[in-house]
Each structure stands twice: as structure tokens, then as C-alpha cells.
Design a protein around this ligand. Structure first.
Ligand code: ATP
Ligand code: MG
Length: 349
């Protein structure tokens, strides 16, 4: 049953990332481009999920990196066109109600269900954690995610296919909570942004920062040019007059996505297939196109990067706003659960 409250307000989206490093073209294709658009249609809350980072990265070194990583992530959001006037960006750990709701929801979450999730297995594998060393915190990753979504009473969460199961868990937990204690939470709907992952510059799987095959949104022109020069292309082409393969060739994959000059791409593909263009020219044109594409990002990076304190102010005011939303949600949660009544009895004895 949908809650009586909350139906009047515009639909709210919750989306975000773990602050584990700077954002790259893969993030743009996979999530950022959609978020920038969605902020004009929905009330958008962007979470900087540092508590989720801690489920796999919690050493002293990891936490020392937290502040620069958080600032870098927010700067990349702003560079991408996330507008702080439209979207509210907040720091997860600074909203303490997250922990409280997570604890209540944890009593509904089934361990067997969580253990079977391929996403948890993958994260444990990536962090070199075996079955015996799987932390309780990492197992609860989707429950913590549900706490974020439900705390904000978000109606929609944009996700890729690999994260769909997490939204399903959030929906189940909302249903279970609502049917046990009363209607507090809207059931969040997934907004499937199912785009195939962007390949890395080395053509070995998807672009990711830890694989060293990423072009970052904050890379400068010479860095982009150097990365493009080093890109993997068709290995059969030892000479420019050897006919080449365009399909699955990362240089052409990037041309197709990022080069605004469609006729240049068509023409390059044709000449490449016919063995009438060298890799050097194709790459030079790609570097130029990527630098054109990244131009507006760099302008915004310069604006926000030149105003010390502005990023912190944007993040903190967003956090204060989410604290107000969270306080309201939790007051209702405790009331429905009867916990508020217990507190009141003790307080007003
Ligand atoms: P790491 O190397 O530490 O795993 P990463 O660069 O792969 O980092 P993540 O933090 O794992 O970045 O990615 C967060 C989300 O960003 C993913 O769930 C996915 O939605 C999106 N994403 C990351 N890389 C890509 C990519 N190459 N193509 C499309 N989407 C991507
Ligand atoms: Mg990754």
C-alpha cells in the first residue's frame, strides 16, 4: 500500500557513487549522462556513499584518502553538469539516521538471499575476501543501500542491470516494513539505464580506474592525447594499407560515442576498412574529438576548482538538507514501530 503522505511531492530520485577515486568516461556513459538529464525531470538526491566504500576499503590509508576523494567526486559531479541548484549532493556518513534505519531493516533482510547475490560475490572477490573472511558489513551492502533509498523516501533509483537486485531488495524491505508497522516508505522503482559498459583503452574489459585503462573527466589535453596514442587498435594492422576491423575496435567505439562530427567518423571507418588510413590519423582525430567533448567539463572544473570552499559548502548544505529529510522519516519510523512511545514514557515519567 502506498503511503498517504509523499504522494503530492514530485518524484524523487536517489543516485550516487562510492568516493574511491576520480570519475572517467565509463562513468559518464554508464550513469552521469543520465543523471544530468534526470535532474531536470525529478527532484534529485546524489549520495556520496562513504559508508559503502568502507565495506571493502577501510584501512588507515583508505580513510586518509577519504577527504580528497570526496572532494574530487563532488568536483567531477559539478564538472559533469550536476547542478547544485537542482540536485542535492550529500555525504552519507554525516547523516547518522542512516545507521539507525539500517539496523531496523537488517532484521528483515535474509542472509541466504544476500549470500546468493552475484554483486556481493564479485565485490568480495575484487577485495580478495573469501567465504570465510566475508565481512558482515559487506554482506549488508544492499541493506545499507536500501537504508539510503528509504531514508530519503526516493521513488526512483537509476541502476544498471548488475545493481537491479539491490533495488529489488530495497523494495522487499520497504514492503516488509510497511506491512509490519504501517505505511512509511514508497516502494522505490528501478530506472533501468542498461547501457553496455564502456571498454577500456587497452581493450581488456571495461574501463575502470584500478585497471589503468581509464580516461578521466579531469585529464588535461596532453594527457588525453597521450592515452589515445597508446590505445589498443586492430593488432592485424602492421601497416596503414592493411584493411582493418572497426567493430569492437576501442578507437572506433570511442569515435562513435564521443565524436560529434558524424561524417568524419563515417569517412574514417570507410577508409580504415579499405586500408586507406593510418592509425596515427584515426587517433589524432579521436584525441581532438575527446578534447572537444571534455571542453565544457574543463570549463566547469576551472570554475569550481578556483573557488576554494565552494565544493565543501555545496556538499555540506546538501548534507544538512538530507539530515532534515532523514529526521522527519525516522520520527515517523519510530512512531510506527512504537519506539517513540517508549522514549516518551521514559522522558515524561
Ligand atoms: P574500480 O576500478 O575501483 O572498480 P571503477 O572505475 O570500475 O572502479 P566503480 O566505482 O566500480 O568504478 O563504478 C561505479 C559505477 O559506475 C558502476 O556500477 C557502473 O554503473 C559505472 N561504471 C563504471 N565503469 C564503467 C564503464 N566502464 N562503463 C559503464 N559504466 C561504468
Ligand atoms: Mg568497478
Amino acid at each position: 500500500m502506498p503511503p498517504e503522505r509523499g504522494t503530492e511531492r514530485p518524484k524523487r530520485i536517489l543516485t550516487g557513487d562510492r568516493p574511491t577515486g576520480r570519475l572517467h568516461l565509463g562513468h559518464w556513459v554508464g550513469s552521469l549522462a543520465a543523471r544530468v538529464k534526470l535532474q531536470y525531470e525529478y527532484e534529485t538526491i546524489v549520495i556520496v556513499a562513504d559508508l559503502h566504500m568502507l565495506t571493502t576499503k577501510r584501512t588507515r590509508r583508505d580513510v586518509e584518502q577519504l577527504l580528497p576523494n570526496v572532494r574530487g567526486l563532488v568536483l567531477d559531479y559539478l564538472a559533469s553538469g550536476i547542478d547544485p541548484e537542482r540536485s542535492c549532493i550529500y555525504l552519507q556518513s554525516a547523516v547518522a539516521e542512516t545507521h539507525e534505519l539500517h539496523t531496523y531493516l537488517a532484521n528483515f533482510a535474509k542472509v541466504g538471499r544476500l549470500l546468493r547475490l552475484p554483486s556481493i560475490k564479485q565485490m568480495a572477490h575484487d577485495a580478495s575476501m573469501g567465504d570465510e573472511s566475508l565481512p558482515y558489513g559487506l554482506l549488508g551492502y544492499p541493506v545499507l543501500q536500501a537504508a539510503d533509498i528509504l531514508l530519503a523516501r526516493a521513488n526512483l533509483t537509476p541502476v544498471g542491470k548488475d545493481n537491479l537486485a539491490h533495488v529489488e531488495i530495497a523494495r522487499e524491505l520497504a514492503r516488509q516494513f510497511n506491512s509490519t508497522y504501517g505505511p512509511v516508505f514508497p516502494e522505490p522503482e528501478p530506472l533501468l539505464t542498461d547501457i553496455p559498459a564502456l571498454v577500456g583503452t587497452d581493450n581488456r574489459g571495461k574501463m575502470s580506474k584500478s585497471a589503468g585503462n581509464a580516461i578521466f573527466l579531469s585529464d588535461d589535453e596532453p594527457t588525453v592525447a597521450a592515452k589515445v596514442r597508446g590505445m589498443f587498435t586492430d593488432p592485424k594492422r602492421i601497416h596503414p594499407d592493411v584493411p582493418g576491423t572497426v567493430e569492437g575496435n576501442p578507437v572506433f567505439v570511442y569515435h562513435r560515442i564521443f565524436n560529434e562530427n558524424r561524417s568524419e567518423v563515417d569517412e574514417l571507418e570507410e577508409r580504415y576498412r579499405a586500408g586507406k588510413v593510418g592509425d596515427k590519423e584515426v587517433k589524432e582525430k579521436l584525441a581532438r574529438a575527446l578534447n572537444v567533448f571534455l571542453g565544457p567539463f574543463r570549463e566547469r572544473l576551472a570554475i569550481y576548482g578556483n573557488k576554494p570552499g565552494l565544493i565543501d559548502e555545496i556538499l555540506w548544505s546538501g548534507t544538512l538538507k538530507v539530515r532534515r529529510i532523514a529526521a522527519e522519516t525516522m520520527r515517523e519510523v519510530r512512531e510506527r514501530m512504537g519506539i517513540e512511545r517508549v522514549w516518551k514514557a521514559l522522558r515524561d515519567r
